[in-house]
Design a protein around this ligand. Sequence first.
Ligand SMILES: *Cc1c(COP(=O)(O)O)cnc(C)c1O
Length: 379
Amino acid sequence: MKFATRVIHAGMEPDPSTGAIIPPIYQTSTFVQAAPGDHKGYEYARSQNPTRKALETALASIENARFALSYSSGVAASDAVIRLLLPGDEVIAANDMYGGTFRLFSKIFEKTGIHFHYVNMQNPENIRGLINEKTKLIWTETPTNPLMNIVDLAAVAAIAKEKHLLLCVDNTFASPYLQNPLDLGADIVIHSATKYLGGHSDVIHGCLMMNDPALREQLYFIQKSCGAVPGPQDCFLVLRGIKTLELRMQRHCENGEKIAHWLRKNSKVKTVYWCGFEDHPGYAVASRQMRGFGGMISFELKNSSAEETKRVLSATRLFSLAESLGGVESLISHPASMTHASIPREERIKNGLSDSLIRLSVGIEDAGDLTEDLDQAIG
Ligand SMILES: *Cc1c(COP(=O)(O)O)cnc(C)c1O
């Protein structure tokens, strides 16, 4: 079945008790048993909930995975993955990734004795020098946030396989419509479903997808033992969001392309970061591993003073100044003071994230209205 059909039908069994076409929001904590151990597959809602099960079925299907597990947030899903490790284990992570993931690794897990190395993964060979007998996991993200760098997932997966390491890919920026890391050799995919999967800026949610039943068992055990599970209402919202994922992503891609080219032609703009430009260093890899280039764009103004950057960030009317991305409405943000403030300044600058970088999450509005808004803001 094609993606457009799977987003509508996967996980959507008519409700057995009423025939409801949409899985009801099973707002219940427990399930009555006829006799001890004699139940319908549901005992207690931290372990299983029918709304969550419908969502997990849909999530697995759209990422071409055998299994999916869903969480109360994207970082809760990331947290579950690192809980697979033991003190002394080492992780090799991309140096250009979501600030909250860096904070989770450096401020929460580093003190438990798990050690994290950060490396530029645009050249996958850089990973090899950091692998030793303690290395257990490679963690990467592509396109990267907020510099839109591209990591060759098949090349990283080949190194992971050769060295018997797990590979976890944060696929939030691309969404399962544009890229499927498991098909390229990854072991685990993580999404912040808060972004494109939910798609309407109305829910915080995360998920993991995987193919290996043993890995699924370990992660399910962590999910039920640590308890970072989503409520049924949130599962319902993500399930509804997924139905329009293909349509929304197509428009995000169209609008992203128009706005990236428009920005590049603007005389006040110095640099535009978007992986769909043919002269982008990751273009060839992106064209191979993605089905489109998405709606995430960063740029810097020629006048890169703090005042001018701040002025433009506050002057847009349709682009709302806010953290997050992937919703139907366009957002504008300032990574250095917002999403990436938890990364030390020297570390940010070293990785190319300047204080004057502006990030756009291009929504699905009319592209002409969006460029008009940017035009009046950039002035
Ligand atoms: C937002 C985000 C996360 C964290 O997800 P939450 O749902 O906010 O917890 C992780 N990775 C990326 C790339 C993100 O954009």
